[in-house]
Ligand binder design. Structure first.
Ligand SMILES: C[S@@+](CC[C@H](N)C(=O)[O-])C[C@H]1O[C@@H](n2cnc3c(N)ncnc32)[C@H](O)[C@@H]1O
Length: 407
């Protein structure tokens, strides 16, 4: 397809791609605002084009060298070439643009909450086997790029990646995929699928607290423990847990601070996972209810409640949309849904319950804005904060406060 020379990138789009207007819009991966590039159009659908960079003529003053040898192939770190301060500005601007476009209200995004740790922050990675080593999928394919380390994960996970690769090199065994998790309390978990000698693997990784092979637990322990804001949380293999080891406490601290000095009695924590938010805010309410669809996460949440001596929280196993209809007279609702955001039934029930305050924790600003635009007739959108939970990627975590009008 067409080749264009000396194209100057205008800005980044919501997926971290360079954007230019030239007979329609062109999206260009691995290009930063200010870069001057020669590009080749590789896709053209009704004037919306995608292009690849053939040559960088001038690099942006926001550019930084990627510290990862796999960056170009893997594609997981969409904005690794953007200096960290610029990444934070980009995320703030991206959310502000969505507010201006979708809410059309005078709301300004607060400063970005960041731990300052742009690398080695993740407590979890899933890798796939290529027959010899383990690695990440090449961008948009199922082809495995073998790796020895990933710049996003905690060094304990990188040490385990190296050990697993050494293990595979010495034996005639196969790993199809492996999930490695760790905690700040230095407890590790391996969830492996493959053709392995269970006893041999267990012996080689005898220092790992929890090992599951092909869904079978081969260790005595089922949980790894994490500590957040002086509370302890046990996490089992199937339960969600926030991935950023340094920023997660800041996120929860922010949620707590938004509820301080309230005189409310009841709180609902929807999409509660292992009960982290419910337990962390339990001292601010007489009664807290958490709803979560994954059964193991609810079992973890109940265990975590006991672990922390909390007795005013009740966890309910099931879908938020199936249980919310049972509630009324709730003062505060905290929602932390997956990227799809809130479904129709949940939003209708929130409008019926009319909690005085809703705290919306979101990992997708587009679905957040869609949901806020439906709630804004009943609620004042008081503040929107951003938390950098996913450095080097275009993903943004937001924390939004809604107050019931005329309460
Ligand atoms: C972004 S996580 C938040 C978990 C928790 N608030 C935390 O901070 O660890 C979303 C959670 O929602 C759960 N989930 C997904 N769909 C759900 C639904 N329809 N009803 C209830 N929980 C759901 C997932 O299993 C996951 O634990």
């Amino acid at each position: 397809m067409a080749i264009l020379e000396n194209v100057k990138i205008e800005k980044l789009d919501h997926f971290g791609r360079g954007l230019v207007h030239n007979n329609g819009i062109i999206f260009i991966e691995n290009a930063l605002p200010g870069d001057v590039v020669d590009i080749e159009i590789v896709k053209d659908k009704k004037g919306i084009k995608e292009a690849v960079v053939l040559k960088y003529k001038e690099r942006s003053n926001m550019y930084q060298e990627a510290i990862c040898p796999y960056a170009k192939e893997c594609g997981g770190c969409h904005i690794i070439n953007l200096q960290y301060e610029e990444q934070l500005k980009y995320k703030k601007q991206k959310v502000q643009e969505l507010i201006d476009k979708m809410l059309k209200e005078d709301i300004k995004v607060n400063e970005v909450i960041s731990s300052g740790n742009a690398f080695n922050y993740r407590n979890k990675i899933t890798l796939h086997g290529d027959g010899k080593k383990i690695g990440l999928y090449r961008n948009k394919t199922n082809e495995v790029i073998a790796i020895d380390e990933c710049q996003l994960v905690n060094p304990r996970i990188n040490a385990l990646i190296k050990r697993i690769n050494d293990y595979l090199a010495e034996r005639d065994v196969l790993i199809y995929d492996v999930t490695i998790k760790t905690t700040t309390l230095l407890e590790d978990m391996l969830i492996v699928h493959g053709r392995l000698d269970y006893e041999d693997f267990k012996k080689e990784f005898s220092d790992v607290k929890v090992i599951f092979i092909n869904e079978q637990m081969v260790t005595k322990e089922h949980y790894i423990r994490e500590e957040l804001l002086s509370k302890q949380f046990d996490i089992s293999p199937n339960s969600f847990f926030q991935v950023n080891m340094q920023t997660t406490p800041l996120l929860y601290e922010k949620v707590k601070s938004l509820l301080k000095n309230n005189h409310y009695k009841t709180c609902l924590d929807l999409y509660c996972g292992t009960g982290t938010i419910s337990i962390l805010v339990s001292d601010l309410f007489a009664r807290v209810y958490g709803i979560e669809v994954v059964k193991d996460a609810v079992l973890d949440a109940n265990r975590n409640k006991e672990l922390n001596g909390v007795n005013n929280v009740e966890f309910i196993w099931g879908k938020t949309e199936d249980h919310l209809g049972e509630f009324q007279d709730i003062d505060v609702v905290i929602v932390d849904p997956p990227r799809e955001g809130l479904d129709r039934k949940t939003k209708d029930n929130l409008k019926r319950i009319k909690p005085k305050t809703i705290i919306y924790v979101s990992c997708d600003p587009a679905t957040l804005m869609r949901d806020l635009s439906e709630l804004k007739d009943l609620y004042d959108i008081k503040e929107i904060n951003i938390c950098d939970m996913f450095s080097q990627t275009y993903h943004v975590e937001s924390i939004c406060v809604l107050n019931l009008k005329n309460k």
